[in-house]
Design a protein around this ligand. Structure first.
Ligand code: ZN
Length: 238
């Protein structure tokens, strides 16, 4: 039986993650992204070339999976996760992989997964470093246990700091390996955080503990529904 894996964002880190998962027969992929391929993205989108510029990333990637890899075509949703749609999107998935490039979407997806009791894998890459966090709801630490809340003011993100293409490829591959781990019914109960630093070439893996005062996963949770006002940080392009 195959598992439904929803990939939120198929830019720099979601793209290599999708390629790593696409040929697995035990996974049915859904690609969610409304962004288009730009010439300046091509060095991070390894399956694409000049001919793909202007196409939507999700549709172009699904075509590549089907025609060039000979694998089952992923389902494509040309959209982005929003407070209105996220619950339905998450509900259809067994595992949600969040590779978006902005904190608003990251916290939105994390909250929706926790509320729907869905396992999730969250990746990010900025500058020379990247992280991957896996969450088993109601068992492990959650995304908010580790990152707490959408940052106020000017957060360092891909738009301001740039990102080294080797980091996005590496983080996408690690996200795919976390998915494999999350599909196991006996996945450990600890949230696993992988951190890669391209300046040293080193990976570090840590087990994260639940935060007793976490708004999302403590027994008397504060966050009990998706409230759009919590996710107001600006978006940036892939
Ligand atoms: Zn928590």
């Amino acid at each position: 039986m195959s598992a439904n894996v929803l990939l939120v964002g198929v830019g720099g880190i979601g793209h290599p993650c999708a390629l790593a998962l696409a040929t697995r027969e035990d996974i049915r992929l859904t690609l969610l992204d409304d962004d288009r391929v730009e010439r300046t993205n091509l060095h991070r989108l390894l399956a694409f070339d000049e001919q793909h510029v202007g196409r939507t990333k999700a549709e172009a990637l699904a075509d590549h999976v089907e025609r060039s890899l000979g694998a089952r075509r992923p389902e494509v949703i040309v959209d982005r996760a929003s407070p209105d749609t996220v619950a339905d999107l998450v509900d259809r998935a067994d595992v949600v992989v969040e590779g978006s490039d902005n904190f608003a979407t990251k916290f939105l997806v994390a909250d929706a997964c926790a509320l729907a009791n869905k396992r999730s894998v969250h990746g990010s890459a900025v500058g020379w470093t990247g992280t991957v966090l896996s969450v088993v709801p109601s068992k492990s630490a959650c995304y908010r246990c580790v990152f707490e809340d959408v940052p106020d003011g000017e957060a360092v993100d891909c738009a301001t700091a740039g990102v080294f293409a080797a980091v996005t490829s590496m983080i996408g591959a690690v996200m795919a390996s976390h998915v494999r781990w999350m599909l196991r019914p006996d996945a450990e109960q600890e949230a696993k955080l992988s951190h890669f630093d391209a300046t040293t070439g080193m990976f570090r893996h840590r087990t994260m503990k639940r935060r007793p005062d976490c708004a999302l996963c403590r027994e008397a949770r504060v966050i009990t529904a998706i409230d759009a006002s919590r996710y107001s940080a600006p978006l940036c392009s892939h």
